[in-house]
Design a protein around this ligand. Structure first.
Ligand code: ATP
Ligand code: MG
Length: 723
């Protein structure tokens, strides 16, 4: 390949970086300025011009998806395979080194990786053996503590604990680490720390890797934490050359220990030359101008401006939704219109702050006919999430005692002292007597085959389920769900979990209650109860929602997972005070600035069209909240924005095509009630119109009745009166 081809398609500054002599370099530049592109071309340049072997190159990115993409971009540029090149994530590459030198790392050949759930379960077991009360010191909190210390490179012996709480955490850390070492287990944070210590303490090995990788490259450097940076420094040694690319304005993992300061540290530690890129190739003029304007509100910046010579493009659509359902409907209608103009669904991304927000959006995509395929990145579909499955399993067993899968899942969640031995006794009995597990457990109890403690534990589980059933009999579905989640102890268990993940789980449980309050039993199907209908619905939603790998599908993800990606059309949902920026971040400047950077990341994913949505009222986590539009919207220049408002006058639907009911937002159903309008119903009394769907005899209207909650009614029969 001709060298000039490598430099084609690059601007002057990009070329300067790609074709620089062998040296330490920092490419500091804003979103969409071609940092990742420069990194890929630099790898190709090293091979073509500096004759570097693919084995001598060490490239680190942030996610597996990004690593895969980088490899294929390098191969496309070189028109050759680079199988032997080390391209991967911090964890992936460290793991590889540990596998190769497990002996020196004091690990058995077949050492196993503990995922987060395994880790917590193990800590819980240890705590029990040590007689530590989990109610006071939740196992998840200990796991969080251990991870944070390892990310800082700290072993128990390095930590001096003064307050009793930390002393306890330290005791658990020490016991946990001994148990892991005995069993040959490593958790995620351990992979990095162990690899770092291995190289630090084994000069021959370190020498080997330092010799092997004269060329190191790191993408998304602004999100490296302490141990990752130390690890890079170690491998780089005195003579290897390292190129990092990053953007201080896109540092969004401070809450997980990432340190923007590493950028400045790098410049001084490596005496690095800084190259700045200022031309943006991704987004339209309007999107870029708005993003620049927004991020200018942050104080601690390394400072850079972005410009584009592309067109201004359309203004950013800002949609003030009536509520979250209206927001979802708006987004889906825009996606449909886009698709019907011949564009691909995968070119649309819906970004949100919290995973729990996906449920309403998923459900709106699912009820279209034909349903719109979607894929959720870096997260699971709502009904497949651990805490949601736990809660549903309680409802399932209450509904049907023969449900063995549900029984297995929750018999010891939250922990109630039912161990593997008891469970296998129950399983054996079920098998030999051909009984469902529930009845096998009761049989064992009745025949006194269980030891005292186990018998008590199993008995209290059985009583718990019976008690839940007795108490929810004539309650509404949402009250049933709430009661089950609380009485089972699930809510308390997840509330005790520390950190973002625990909070997300609590939010998801509350969102489940919300889902049940919005659920309407379909008229045409036979279900013995709303609970029965709802459980069938969740089974279907979780089974079919997600698109196949190769199917064209809308992309859904949190703002955090969208880092580094780009899409022609982007929707940001729930851009409201209290949601984004989140409630907790509003008190602390540092956290507020991190939220603003996250907003900057979100906006700069968009290439052609960006929509920012906020809802005036939102039911999330089981509560109705009234939010004002996010301060981030107010921080955008007005001339870049197009405020979209629904006109809710009474008009006849214009079209009767497949998608007509959701596309024509200005029109309303045949009855002519407006969103937000007060209405009167013969049986349910007064209420407010929240939503509608369908036309003609299928038209349905959703009303929030003052005394009877939210209901979907077939408009034709509802006999609503305007007030
Ligand atoms: P982020 O900060 O979001 O990670 P980035 O700086 O890594 O962004 P890239 O993803 O490398 O930016 O590039 C953004 C887009 O601009 C890509 O589609 C890329 O192909 C394109 N691009 C980059 N440089 C050029 C160029 N010189 N000419 C044309 N297109 C370019
Ligand atoms: Mg990038």
């Amino acid at each position: 390949m001709d060298v000039s081809e490598l430099l084609d398609g690059l601007n002057d500054n990009q070329r300067e970086a790609v074709a620089a002599p062998l040296q330490n370099m920092l490419v500091l530049a804003g979103a969409g300025s071609g940092k990742t592109r420069v990194l890929v071309h630099r790898i190709a340049w090293l091979m073509q011009v500096e004759h570097a072997s693919p084995y001598s190159i060490f490239a680190v990115t942030f996610t597996n998806k990004a690593a895969k993409e980088m490899r294929s971009r390098v191969e496309a540029t070189l028109k050759a395979s680079v199988g032997g090149m080390w391209i991967g994530t911090f964890h992936g590459l460290s793991h590889r080194i540990l596998r190769a030198h497990h002996k020196e790392a004091n690990l058995p050949e077949s050492f196993q990786i503990l995922d987060t759930d395994d880790q917590v379960r193990m800590i819980r077991r240890l705590m029990k053996a040590m007689n530590i009360d989990e109610k006071k010191w939740p196992a998840k909190q200990a796991a969080w503590y251990i991870g944070a210390k390892k990310d800082e490179g700290l072993r128990p012996k390095h930590i001096q604990a003064f307050d009793p709480n930390e002393q306890m955490m330290l005791r658990i850390y020490t016991a946990y680490q001994e148990a892991c070492d005995r069993a040959g287990l490593v958790d995620f944070a351990e992979i990095l720390l162990r690899c770092f210590e291995l190289l630090r303490d084994q000069p021959t090995l370190l020498h080997h890797y330092q010799q092997r990788f004269p060329h190191m490259l790191v993408d998304e450097f602004q999100d490296t934490n302490t141990i990752q940076y130390q690890w890079l420094k170690l491998i780089a040694g005195k003579s290897n050359k390292i190129m990092i690319v990053g953007d201080d304005d896109q540092s969004i993992y401070g809450w997980r220990g990432a340190r923007i300061e590493n950028i400045k540290q790098f410049i001084s530690d490596f005496d690095a030359q800084t190259i700045r890129l200022e031309q943006n190739y991704r987004s339209t003029g309007n999107i870029l101008k708005a993003a620049n304007h927004l991020i200018a509100n942050n104080s601690e910046r390394m400072g850079k401006e972005l410009w584009t010579d592309g067109n201004q493009g359309e203004q950013i659509g800002v949609y003030a939704a009536y509520n979250e359902l209206d927001e979802a409907r708006f987004i889906v209608s825009k996606i449909k219109a886009w698709f019907e103009q011949g564009n691909a669904l995968q070119d649309c991304a819906i970004l949100y702050r919290n995973n729990a927000q996906s449920r309403v959006l998923e459900s709106e995509l699912n009820i279209q006919s034909p349903r719109i395929p979607y894929r959720i990145y870096g997260g699971m579909r709502f009904f497949e999430r651990q805490e949601i499955k736990d809660a549903l399993c309680y409802l399932r067993i209450v509904n049907n005692r023969n449900d063995d899968a549900a029984f297995e899942r929750i018999i010891n969640t939250p922990t109630r002292g039912i161990g593997d031995r008891t469970l296998s006794l129950i399983r054996d009995c079920a098998r030999s007597e051909s009984l469902p597990l529930w009845y096998a457990a009761k049989t064992l109890l009745a025949e006194k085959h269980l030891a005292g403690r186990a018998a008590n534990a199993v008995n209290s589980f059985i009583e718990l389920i019976d008690q839940i059933e007795d108490n929810i009999l004539d309650k509404s579905l949402d009250k049933q769900t709430k009661y089950a989640i609380q009485t089972s102890g699930l809510m308390a268990m997840y509330m005790a979990e520390k950190g973002e993940k625990g909070q997300a789980r609590v939010e998801n449980l509350e969102e489940l209650i919300n889902a049940t309050s919005q659920y309407e039993l379909p008229d045409e199907e036979e279900f013995s109860s709303p609970l029965d209908g709802f459980l069938a619905y969740t089974a279907l939603e979780s089974g079919e929602g997600q698109a196949d790998e190769h199917e064209d599908a809308v992309q859904m993800m949190t703002l955090h997972s969208a880092k580094g990606l780009e899409f022609p059309m982007v929707f940001m949902a729930g851009v409201e005070e209290g949601m984004f920026p989140s409630q907790q971040s509003q008190e602390e400047t540092g956290r507020l600035e991190e939220e603003r950077r996250l907003c900057y990341v979100g906006m700069t994913r968009a290439m052609q069209k960006l929509y920012i949505c906020h809802a005036e009222s939102r039911r999330l986590y089981g509560q109705e909240k009234f939010h004002s539009p996010s301060r981030f919207i107010r921080e955008l220049p007005e001339d870049c924005l197009d405020e979209i408002r629904i006109k809710t006058q009474v008009t006849k639907p214009k079209t009767t095509g497949r998608f007509s009911n959701t596309i024509s937002l200005e029109t309303f159903n045949d009855t002519g009630f407006k969103l937000g309008q007060r209405v009167m119903h013969g049986k349910f009394g007064e209420g407010t119109v929240l939503n509608y769907e369908g036309t003609g005899p299928q038209a349905r209207i959703q009303v929030n009745f003052d005394d009877h909650g939210t209901k979907w009614l077939v408009t034709m029969y509802a006999k609503l009166q305007a007030m």
